[in-house]
Ligand binder design. Structure first.
Ligand SMILES: [Zn+2]
Length: 184
């Protein structure tokens, strides 16, 4: 497929092979995307006033799974969809500066964090001689971790809107969401 955009410099290509890297592929896809793109004229405030906090898992297509359109929501993702300080930072900006009111938390079956423990962090320390400042936030019980995440959002002193916070587990084999009761 030919594109009109200039090719990336050769130094960005995989050394020696001359083959496009994955990033080259993304840049080429963007050229096609931009060729069809028209400015939707939106501002930065999400139309549905909702922030979705989810795992970074590659099988989780949030917009498709939740019927979301461009401009509808904030999507805030990390390993596990864990509510860390940085997620609270993003939610605080989302609510206080950009007008969101609802929070949806999504964990999922088969999450990579289910197979990890805090040993992951200790092993890194042993390897590189420096302990990561962050916790792994590994978990064994998906439902309980969703409850904990809801609780962290609800009790954050920085968030003005905590009355509509709901948590779910997405099943990667069926595409279905299962809501988690905040009470165990
Ligand atoms: Zn995950």
């Amino acid at each position: 497929m030919s594109i009109s955009a200039s090719q990336p410099p050769s130094r960005n290509r995989a050394s020696g092979s001359g083959l496009p890297t994955v990033t080259d592929r993304l840049v080429e896809a963007n050229a096609r995307y931009a060729a069809e793109f028209t400015d939707p004229g939106m501002d930065a405030r999400p139309v549905l006033k909702v922030a979705v906090v989810a795992c970074m898992d590659a099988r989780l297509d949030l917009h498709a799974a939740l019927g979301l359109q461009l401009g509808d929501c904030h999507t805030i993702r990390n390993a596990g969809g864990v509510v860390t300080d940085d997620i609270i930072r993003s939610l605080t900006i989302s609510q206080r500066a950009l007008g969101t009111r609802s929070v949806v938390l999504i964990h999922h079956t088969g999450c990579g964090l289910l197979d990890l423990t805090e040993d992951f962090r200790h092993d890194i320390e042993a390897e590189v001689g420096q302990r990561p400042a962050w916790a792994v936030e590994a978990f064994k019980d998906l439902d309980q971790d969703v409850r904990q995440s809801m609780q962290r959002v609800r009790t954050s002193p920085f968030l003005p809107h905590t009355d509509d916070v709901r948590g779910f587990v997405f099943d990667v084999t069926t595409g279905r969401l299962r809501e988690i009761d905040p009470r165990p």
